[in-house]
Write a protein that binds this ligand. Structure first.
Ligand code: UT7
Length: 332
């Protein structure tokens, strides 16, 4: 007896994108006192001028639903056509169930498959790779990928290495069938030898038995991550271009994870990106939003006219794990 194989369309693409930026704008001036820093130092070392932190009402679910509704509207797709919802996040505070199920329900999908993935700052590109394969494999007609974080909740405002970096927000894309390939082959991987470079300070069991329970904030050996990201990720980006069969001359837009403006510049230099390639610089006003940073940055470029529908964009995401993923996409 042979089991029937699932089959799908030959190609998939991003059909629509939407984002949600929290309402609270936090300038550097508001974070410097607690970490004995300065606006000048933060701008020089990270490129960040201000970030956005969520209010209590701006939950992971609320921000996700808002971003997803815009993405659906722009894609011209009804929520009931979505068969799979993938949420990339590390700041949904319940171990189980996945927040994706609540989001799928609130959006009004018809009981879409829904699950969360944990790949930190690389989460969006992991989700995009999955969605592309899920659509092309015939497991879903349309899939929704959401990158969402509320990192302010896991950030120690007194920690010099992280307090000025992390921020909140959400970005979503609808992935569906396409006549042409719109999402290139993913180049992804992990380096677990560097597991400890970015992590939650302790696990919840240690928090529970501690005499003075505190939120297990994120800690980061920033300089080691900085050096790794600046060099290793340029190679990953080049591999993603090679696998997609796209030359540097054909590339229009570069959207790296918004970790640090200096990392973005170092990667662009190492990859020898031509001057005319537009580079995402959303971090300046948004901070580092981990899984949300790439869709947030791409959406801003579209809004500001730096990325146009049909442009070819290289996405590179990297972070805790260390986990990374890159692919070439067509701008919706
Ligand atoms: O999203 C996930 C992936 N994350 C990343 O990719 C983050 C990567 N890392 C970074 O972005 C950077 O490492 C930081 C922005 C976090 C730090 O910049 P850095 O250039 O690596 O600084 P550093 O840690 O090497 O510190 C340089 C100096 C030190 O002083 P001395 O020893 O040179 O006198 C620090 O004590 O800056 C000092 N310093 C600060 N000064 C003012 C460290 N933190 C601060 C601070 N304000 N917040």
């Amino acid at each position: 007896m042979a089991i029937a194989a699932s089959t799908g369309p030959q190609h998939a693409a991003i059909l629509g994108i939407g984002t949600y930026r929290p309402s609270r704008v936090i300038p550097n001036a508001d974070v410097v006192d607690a970490i004995d820093s300065s606006d000048e130092w933060i701008q020089q070392r990270s490129g960040i001028r201000q970030r956005r932190w969520a209010t209590p009402e701006e939950t992971v679910q609320m921000m996700s639903v808002a971003a997803a509704r815009t993405a659906l509207e722009r894609a011209g797709i009804d929520a009931r056509q979505i068969d799979c919802v993938i949420v990339a996040t590390v700041t949904h505070m319940l171990q189980t169930p996945a927040i994706a199920t609540a989001i799928a329900h609130e959006l009004g999908t018809d009981q879409a498959a829904a699950f969360d993935i944990s790949a930190a700052c690389a989460g969006f590109c992991h989700g995009l790779a999955l969605a592309s394969d899920i659509v092309r494999g015939g497991s879903a007609g349309y899939a929704l990928v959401i990158g969402v974080e509320r990192l302010s909740e896991l950030t120690d405002i007194g920690d010099r290495g992280t307090a000025f970096i992390f921020a909140d927000g959400a970005g979503a894309v609808v992935v569906g069938p396409s006549d042409e390939p719109g999402i290139g082959p993913v180049v992804w991987g992990s380096d677990g030898e560097q597991f400890d470079l970015i992590r939650q300070r302790e696990d919840w069991r240690d928090v529970v038995v501690s005499e003075k329970p505190e939120m297990p904030h994120l800690i980061m050996q920033g300089n080691a991550v900085f050096r790794w990201a600046s060099f290793a990720m340029a190679k990953t980006g080049q591999q993603a271009l090679d696998r997609a069969g796209v030359s540097l001359d054909e590339l229009d837009v570069f959207v790296p994870h918004q970790a640090n403006m200096r990392i973005t510049d170092a990667m662009a230099r190492a990859m020898k990106l031509p001057e005319r390639v537009k580079i995402a610089r959303d971090i300046a006003d948004q901070g580092n939003t981990s899984a949300a940073s790439i869709p947030l940055a791409l959406d801003r470029m579209i809004e500001e006219g730096d990325a146009r529908s049909g442009d070819t964009a290289l996405l590179i995401a990297f972070g805790a794990g260390l986990a990374y993923a890159a692919q070439v996409v067509t701008v919706p």
